[in-house]
Design a protein around this ligand. Structure first.
Ligand code: FAD
Ligand code: EPU
Length: 337
């Protein structure tokens, strides 16, 4: 099993940024990772490329995780334990669990990417983070040359964060997640507190939604608001919603009463980055080929022909304007390669 050389990565990132990989290998089985002929050196573990900013050519090895498989691993009185290969498409996996009668992931419908990447930034949407349904994962450790099982507490999940997002982790390409186990409680509680979801269900006159009703509502909301990467290349939200001290949120709230603020259990307050970007005048505005989406200002879009440098230029301009106007620093969400 040999790697290919000089592979164009444009089709492998949803922002459609250009760049070539010196070497590329598709990984469809665990044993390919342990294979002795896998070249040593700089490597990057790639899933669906939906949270990635390519800075140009990559002078290393891309390992494209495509390990398939999904099954009920076991069940006990309280929960189903479902295992999926890292290369499974996330949305298809979620819909499959629902079809099997194992609800619990419906709020995360239509998030692009793979199962293996879901724990990396602890994907979240519409009132649920994957950490709440995560049981454990298996990863190949290139340094120790062994498979590791990592449980939930070890992952240090937080808002759009985990152990795997720590400094240097992704660029070191130290571990490749090969499979993930989810724990889906048998007692299912509908989670439709998020305002958009509640409104969508109300509009359809649904008062006691099934898991499928919630999935459908969320799919409809997302299709309305978010650009389809196949048509308008993007990487979803480009910045984290900033978490600030309560005193800062109160001060901003006094100046801008319409600013959406979400108090967190730890006392901090989450601010809506999309609102701040819109108020800073960036909704639907572009700098060269890269702009902020006209229907959701938190989503950075490639209008065609953009490079990683174009993305960084628009990113920096938005960050500077928001900082100048509101004093808030934005952290980018995607991984820069
Ligand atoms: P990639 O972009 O390929 O990789 C992301 C990171 O994960 C990289 O550091 C990579 O090295 C690492 N990685 C990937 N696979 C593995 C593996 N098997 N082992 C080790 N490391 C790995 N995110 C949300 O949280 N909520 C949303 O609602 C949401 N909506 C989105 C909407 C759109 C339109 C788009 C384009 C993106 C959205 N995202 C959202 C971001 C994205 O979908 C998630 O971050 C997703 O988990 C990325 O998966 P991926 O397979 O594409 O990962
Ligand atoms: N808003 C504006 N203008 C905009 C965009 C948003 O005023 O242009 C306001 C909205 O009116 C709303 C608030 O900001 O009051 C929040 O907006 P929305 O519900 O659209 O969600 P978001 O905070 O912009 C977050 C996640 C999304 C996730 C949705 C739904 C982050 C960084 N983003 O977006 O995740 O799908 O909530 O839960 O946390 C992603 O991470 O890539 C992603 C898409």
């Amino acid at each position: 099993m040999h790697s290919e050389q000089n592979i164009d990565l444009t089709p492998f990132n949803t922002l459609a940024l250009p760049g070539k990989a010196a070497r590329y290998q598709k990984i469809t089985t665990q044993t390919q990772l342990t294979a002795a002929e896998l070249p040593a050196g700089k490597r990057f573990i790639l899933g669906g490329g939906s949270n990635l900013v390519l800075n140009g050519d990559f002078d290393g090895l891309i390992l494209h995780m495509a390990i398939p498989g999904k099954r009920l691993l076991r069940e006990d009185a309280e929960a189903w334990y479902i295992e999926a290969g890292a290369g499974e498409n996330w949305h298809d996996f979620v819909q499959w669990t629902l079809a099997q009668g194992w609800p619990g992931l419906e709020n995360l419908s239509l998030i692009p990417g793979t199962v293996g990447a879901a724990p990396i930034q602890n994907i979240g949407a519409y009132g649920l983070e994957v950490a709440e349904r995560f049981h454990s994962l298996t990863a190949w450790d290139f340094e120790k040359q062994t498979f590791l099982t990592v449980d939930r507490s070890t992952c240090r999940f937080a808002y759009r964060d985990s152990l795997f997002k720590q400094e240097g982790w992704h660029l070191s390409g130290r571990m490749a997640i090969t499979s993930v186990v989810f724990r889906l409680p048998k007692v299912w509680l509908a989670n439709h507190r998020y305002a958009d979801v509640a409104q969508e269900l109300a509009a359809q006159s649904i008062t006691t939604p099934t898991p499928q009703d919630i999935a459908k509502a969320i799919i409809a909301i997302r299709q309305r608001k978010l650009p389809d990467p196949a048509i308008t290349p993007n990487a979803g939200s480009f910045f984290h919603n900033p978490l600030v001290d309560r005193s800062i949120a109160e001060k901003l709230g006094a100046d801008y009463p319409a600013l959406p603020r979400y108090p967190q259990p730890d006392g901090r307050v989450k601010l809506a980055a999309g609102w701040l970007i819109e108020q800073a005048g960036w909704k639907g505005k572009s700098l060269g080929p890269v702009g902020m989406y006209e229907k959701q200002a938190l989503v950075l879009v490639n209008h065609g022909g953009a490079t990683g440098a174009d993305v960084r230029r628009t990113m920096a301009a938005v960050q500077a304007d928001v900082k100048m106007r509101f004093g808030i620093e934005f952290t980018p969400e995607p991984i820069f390669l």
